[in-house]
Write a protein that binds this ligand. Structure first.
Ligand SMILES: NC(=O)c1ccc[n+]([C@@H]2O[C@H](COP(=O)([O-])OP(=O)(O)OC[C@H]3O[C@@H](n4cnc5c(N)ncnc54)[C@H](OP(=O)(O)O)[C@@H]3O)[C@@H](O)[C@H]2O)c1
Length: 338
């Protein structure tokens, strides 16, 4: 399996960034695009020079011209579409969050296991050169023991009130949409088990969180203060505080292309870590590498890591009272149905 043949599920916004990256990734070939509408698939195919276009996801799932499919659809559809393709033997790279709750993620993992296919969450930021360097610097001990983390991913989508990111049927809300990056960032930095999670949120008119502040207390004593929002902007800088110094990332804390290390009595040290292309190339390379090695999951973004973050998001949604129809299958009882 020298060249990995890719197909994209859903001709939406983020699919464009993936298409651009896939075209730019050695060893990857972007073979197909599937949309629920053939005209849309054709327009996307024309824009990115993709030869094969499908007017239904099922048709591409049945086609034997791809090895891997990238799921680029609304949150609550990741599970069903990923399982459709896995049932046809295709490897899956699914957009974040990989599912809407732990119960559904477990079904996806079971499907991957039964079908003996690879599956990975598209948590591209974990593979960004800046993240890898930042984790290396923290691990070196230069800032001492990590005692605090601060990160906010907040954006304003008030001009798109009908977007699926606000819709509970589609797993909407700021925690699932962007809080997953802040929770992931904290989890990459902290080895200590979590002692407690607390959260406060403002729920919007559709019943999902539009602003959520999360506090994670670790058994080591460290505390992470994380924020997600969809109707207001906050700076995207992140901080990692150690007992000997601290690190400040410049914007996009979860995939920093630049960060600075401050240690008392020393000159600040700046690290510059540009993406290979638009930032998505590394995750395509990682899937390609795993498929060539016959692996069913990535060591960098394993199923257990996705499950860990999904469990935290289930807990946070329970605290703030956000429930989805899909939760009715869940082990926990959604607030309001007890
Ligand atoms: N990694 C990142 O940096 C990043 C950034 C933004 C978004 N995302 C994630 O990417 C996923 C897609 O987000 P997006 O911003 O690309 O959304 P989008 O622009 O709305 O595109 C989503 C696509 O999903 C398909 N789709 C299938 N069923 C659908 C349904 N019932 N309703 C609406 N669309 C449906 C549609 O494609 P067809 O009409 O062609 O079938 C649609 O164009 C989400 O999970 C989001 O969290 C990731």
């Amino acid at each position: 399996m020298e060249t990995i043949r890719w197909g994209i599920i859903g001709a939406g916004g983020i699919a464009e960034r993936f298409a651009e990256a896939c075209k730019n990734t050695p060893g990857a070939s972007l073979e197909a695009i599937a949309s629920r509408n053939l005209e849309k698939a054709n327009a996307f195919g024309d824009k990115f020079g993709i030869e094969h276009r499908f007017g239904s996801y099922e048709a591409m799932a049945q086609w034997d011209g791809i090895d891997a499919a990238y799921v680029a659809t609304p949150h609550a559809t990741h599970g069903p579409f990923a399982m459709l393709f896995m049932n046809h033997g295709k490897a899956i790279l699914s957009e974040k969050p990989i599912s809407v709750n732990c119960t559904e993620l477990q079904k996806m993992i079971d499907s991957a296991t039964e079908n003996k296919v690879f599956m990975m969450e598209a948590m591209w930021a974990r593979l960004a050169p800046g993240t890898i360097k930042l984790l290396e610097v923290v691990k070196s001990g230069v800032i001492g023991e990590v005692k605090g983390i601060q990160a906010a991913f907040c954006y304003d989508m008030s001009d798109e009130p009908d977007h699926h990111a606000f819709n509970p049927l589609y797993g909407g809300g700021s925690v699932l949409d962007v809080g997953c990056y802040a929770l992931s960032f904290a989890s990459w930095l902290m080895d200590s088990p979590i002692a407690n999670i607390s959260a406060e949120a403002e729920l919007g008119v559709t019943g999902v969180d539009v602003h959520c502040c999360m506090l994670i207390k670790y058994e080591s004593g460290a505390i992470a203060s994380l924020t997600s929002a969809m109707l207001l902007r906050k700076p995207g800088d992140g901080y990692v505080f150690g007992d000997k110094g601290y690190i400040k990332t410049t914007d996009r804390f979860y995939a920093p292309q630049e960060f600075t290390v401050f240690v008392d009595g020393q000159e600040p040290q700046v690290y510059k870590c540009p993406f290979l292309g638009n930032g998505f190339e590394e995750q395509i390379l990682e899937v390609n590498r795993c498929l060539r090695e016959g692996k069913l999951e990535s060591d960098m973004i394993p199923h257990a890591q996705s499950m860990k973050i999904m469990g935290q998001m289930d807990d946070i949604r329970k605290i703030i009272g956000v429930k989805y129809p899909q939760d009715m299958d869940c082990a926990w009882t959604p607030v309001g149905t007890e």
